[in-house]
Structures are given as C-alpha cells and as structure tokens.
Write a protein that binds this ligand. Sequence first.
Ligand code: BDR
Ligand code: CA
Length: 308
Amino acid sequence: KTKLILDVDTGIDDAIGIILAVKSQQFDMLGITTVNGNVSLDSATQNTLKILELLDEKDISVIKGAAAPILRKRFFEHKIHGADGLGGALKDVKVTQQCDEGFAPDFIINSILSFPHEVTLVMTGPLTNLAMAVKKCPQITQYVKEVIFMGGVVQGYGNVTPTAEYNIYVDPEAAKIVLQAGFESITQVGLDVTRKALLTEEHIELIENKQLADYIRKSTLDYRQRYFERNGVWACAMHDPLAVGVALKSELVKREKFYVDVEARSELCDGQMVCDFQNRLMKPENVYVCLDVNVEAFFDLFIRIINS
Ligand code: BDR
Ligand code: CA
C-alpha cells in the first residue's frame, strides 16, 4: 500500500477527497494534516474529524498545521463552502476523536524521513504546510515519493480572480516555495482538469450506501445550486477528489512536465500560475501539469470505491 499524507483545508470537496482516500483501502494513511484555507484551521480540523466520524474511522491521525498563510491575510470561502465549510451537512455530528499533538510541517518532515521514497503527499488546500516543511528541511524533496496538489490553472481562467485559482491565490508565496523546491515528482491537478470532473445527481444516485449518498447530496446542495446559477447545469466540480484520484490511478490524467511558477508581486495577477509551455524562459521543467482527464474513468472509480 502507498503511504499517504493528505493535507486538507476541509471544505466540501476536500471532505469527499478524504472519503475517497479512506474508502479506497489502497493507502496506508499516515495522517491527515490540516491547514488554513476555505475555513479556519480549527474548522478545517473539526470538519476532518467529523468526516472520519462519518466513516467510523478512528485510527487515522489528524495533525494541525498552519493557521495562516506565510505572509498574507487569511481569505475564507464561506460563500462557497457554507458557514461551517461542509454546507451544514454534519452540523449534528459529535466528534469523539481528538487531533494529535504536533505540527503538520514537522509531521510531514518526520514521515518522509522515516520512510524514504515511500510517502506520497496529496495536497488539497493552500500549500502553506509543505512550504514550511521544505523551508525547515530542504532534504525532504529528495526523499518523498511524489507530491500531487490541487491548485492553479494554466490554460483557463481563475476562480477567485480572473487569473488565479483559490489554493494558489491564498498563499502564493507558499506555492512558489513548493514549486521551486526541486521535487523530483510533483503533479499539478488544476482547474483545467478538475472543472471537467463534474458531479451530478445521476452520480449521486449510483451511490448505494444511503448515509454517504445523503451526506454527499446534502453537503453539495448549495454548491451545485451556485454552479447552476452560473452555468445552467446542476453539478459541482470534484477538484480535490480528482487529486486523490490521480494518486489512486495516474492514468486518469494526461500529464506533461513544464517549467511552472507563480506570480506573487502583481496587483492584478497575484496567485496566477504561469506554465512555460514553449520553454521561453529556458528553465528546467519542474512540474507535471495535468492537461486532460478521463472523466468517465474517474467517476467509475469514484462510484466503485464509494460503493465498496
Ligand atoms: C480549491 O479551492 C477550494 O475551494 C476547494 O476545496 C479546492 O481545493 C478549488 O479552487
Ligand atoms: Ca480544498
């Protein structure tokens, strides 16, 4: 089994990513680390514990990380993820598990050094925790198996500003540190592909476990409503679950390595991910960029795992 650390800012789609990772049984889950993002660090942590409660999973450690971006102010997404971050779907769930002592960046460092070349990191929030880990212990870039992160967009438009995707926009300094750190294998799963992975009512109807179907239906209700208002279709993008999907089955996406960087000094374009498709800057390629996704194969896998 692949040793996995999932780093989340648990909003609606992070939560579904956690469900997918846990239910797949394909990972040795070393821990789930939390970060400030969609919601505060404390809410992200609580939401993560609630999802584990929903899954009746008591053995996965949850470790808190950064409570704010490296330099910038926090920027929550309550408009999208609801006041609690889960669209109100687990309001009444009582949390019985505590989060672990410790700090996510240290947990990431220690895990990678304890299991050289065995740990996969899937990041579905701002990249603050990993940037802090890299700053403290640059050698981890040589000892991690791979990094897969949901963030950025390279050929389309942003979802916070005209050019920036949320996870990168919130902490562009962290994203820059991570992208320039020298990871052998780091994969960007951006809006270019995640926007295609649209969850619809038809998918939800295929879920046999009533509790999970109800949860997913309820937590995504407002999310799908907003998508409908904008696009005329009842659906919502499975941004974070697709990053987990890539860790489960890399053939789901077509990826190519390019030089990628992040803008962090522009009034208009802060948080924009820039992909040097034609190698204009003549810098070495540093990131595997997902250019396409097999949406049908992703949802087949998604439904199969949720129903397992
Ligand atoms: C990303 O931002 C968050 O709102 C989602 O959870 C996802 O990680 C999409 O831009
Ligand atoms: Ca997220």
